[in-house]
Design a protein around this ligand. Sequence first.
Ligand code: SAM
Length: 179
Amino acid sequence: MSSHENEFVVRPIGVIHTPFEGAEGTPIQGAFSGDAEGTVEVAAEYADGLSDLEGFSHVILLFAFHRSRGYALRVTPYLDDVLRGVFATRAPRRPNPIGLTVVKLVAVEGHTLRVAGVDMLDGTPLLDIKPYVPALDPRGEVTCGWLETRLEAARRGAPLRTVADERFHLDAEETPEDT
Ligand SMILES: C[S@@+](CC[C@H](N)C(=O)[O-])C[C@H]1O[C@@H](n2cnc3c(N)ncnc32)[C@H](O)[C@@H]1O
């Protein structure tokens, strides 16, 4: 199958607002955000789809890394200092620049969601919302590949990066692994 078969168009259904304008201070994952708050503005035409979301404490946000450019098949992720296959990372610069974050659902106010635990830049296009359901999402025996070593080191007190730098942003320098 050619990689261009079955192309499809994804239209944002809204926009995510966060306190983060650029890399500085932006958490690399929602889990490191200290419950930073944001708002998810769903376009009015999709508002009816938010019915019944109240009662879910967490939702999964799918979004576009719209301020990342191009992609690389090997990237140096925020949590490492060597190149890793992009699909073994959560880095923004990927063939389909789609991000996924589980956030706390603080309130549903009309077609706006107030959420906590954000790691996306202000103005990020929202692609989809799904309820986070522990009974469906957890897996029993989990291993975490190259990340295992980093997380174990952090458990023993080694510093762990928790905020971004410019490496995947529009304003970043070209890197040799760019395609
Ligand atoms: C490592 S990604 C993880 C995002 C998501 N939790 C995931 O795993 O797919 C988070 C970083 O992506 C970058 N980022 C967030 N929103 C972005 C956007 N709209 N365009 C480009 N980069 C973005 C920020 O530097 C942020 O620290």
